[in-house]
Design a protein around this ligand. Structure first.
Ligand code: SF4
Length: 350
């Protein structure tokens, strides 16, 4: 590959990564992360539901599916004016990307003109744009790219083998088709999965391999911890172990080191310490704001406090950290500045 990244991972390779001692795995992920990013910066997006509920799909984790009774208020497509108000607010809170999600199987043709208006309006505010609208055909992907949409989110959720246990109204290959239309259209790809659906470690490995072995890695890889919502079929599934969750983040970073790995849904139930471990394992992106589509997210003030404690800055560059930033980081990194008893500069020594 021309990008010098691996795209030929096998299930054995990735299972072996998962089985490493935790410290070795996290250390390896942190090293991979530092090759591509400033480790003390986190990219911040805000996510808004622009059309809520009554989705014809039957994703077993989702409160917006019309198949389950979760007591969620359904809402039609939000007015463009209202969406832009929310985007302005997100920008003033420090977000660099504004993500808009609609609970659709595919975006209906009649709504596309409004969608294009939203993309244009949000971009004019100086924010990056991302949308998640369900499956896209080639034409729709091209139209969204022409409207200026920067990112399209379409999660794989889980492995091809486990997929039918979670969703029956579409197939794993439908999902891959949309990802390929998005990539071909020139938009950036945002795609990840969910931990805690009742899947095995092998399923987590298989899901990450599907992403890492794409011809080009997704620019953004959200790793979600299942939020167990009452009324969904997964409301009583066993909670996922925090350490196992961090292992998934670390493996995602090792497989796709130049991608932004997003610590996504489920943060509300995570301690500061668990989130800190996830950042150490290479997560470098979050959603800011107290709601993620329809489920709760930590308060903005709590996130700012956590970032202060960890010495993390919100990324205002939106892109992968620049060479200049990396040089500055290298200059300030104590392990690189001077040798100590425990560490020495192998480059200087060779
Ligand atoms: S996850 Fe998306 S596609 Fe699935 S039911 Fe929810 S809104 Fe619909």
């Amino acid at each position: 590959m021309t990008d010098n990244l691996r795209h030929d991972w096998t299930i054995e390779d990735v299972e072996n990564l998962f089985q490493q001692p935790f410290n070795d795995l996290v250390f390896q992920a942190q090293l991979a992360h530092r090759e591509h990013f400033n480790p003390n910066r986190v990219q911040v997006s805000t996510l808004l539901s622009i059309k809520t509920g009554a989705c014809p799909e039957d994703c077993k984790y989702c409160p917006q599916s019309g198949h389950y009774n979760t007591g969620l208020d359904k809402e039609k497509l939000m007015e463009v004016r209202k969406v832009l108000e929310e985007a302005r607010h997100a920008k003033s809170s420090g977000a660099t990307r504004f993500c808009m999600g609609a609970a659709w199987k595919n975006p209906p043709a009649k709504d596309m003109p409004y969608i294009f208006e939203m993309v244009k309006g949000v971009k004019e505010l100086g924010l990056e744009t991302c949308m998640t609208l369900g499956m896209l055909n080639e034409e729709q992907a091209n139209q969204l790219a022409e409207a200026g949409l920067d990112y399209y989110n379409h999660n794989l959720d889980t492995s091809p083998e486990f997929y039918g246990n979670i969703i029956t109204t579409r197939t794993f290959s439908d999902r891959m088709d949309t990802l390929s239309h998005v990539r071909e259209s020139g938009m950036n790809v945002c795609s990840g999965g969910i931990v805690g659906l009742g899947e095995t470690v092998r399923d987590r490995a298989a899901m990450l391999i599907e992403l890492a072995n794409l011809p080009k890695h997704p620019e953004s890889v959200p790793i979600n911890m299942l939020v167990r919502v009452a009324g969904t079929p997964l409301e009583n599934v066993d909670a996922v172990d925090g350490i196992e969750f961090v292992r998934t983040i670390a493996v995602a970073k090792i497989l796709m080191p130049s991608s932004n790995v997003r610590l996504s849904a489920g943060r509300e139930n995570m301690s500061d310490e668990l989130q800190a471990l996830a950042f150490l394992a290479g997560a470098n992106s979050i959603f800011l704001g107290d709601k993620l589509l329809t489920t709760p997210n930590p308060k903005e003030s709590d996130d700012r406090q956590l970032f202060d404690k960890l010495g993390i800055n919100m990324d205002d560059t939106v892109e992968e950290t620049s060479e200049q930033d990396m040089e500055e980081f290298a200059r300030n990194c104590p392990l690189r500045e001077q040798d100590t008893e425990q560490y020495y500069d192998a480059m200087k020594a060779s």
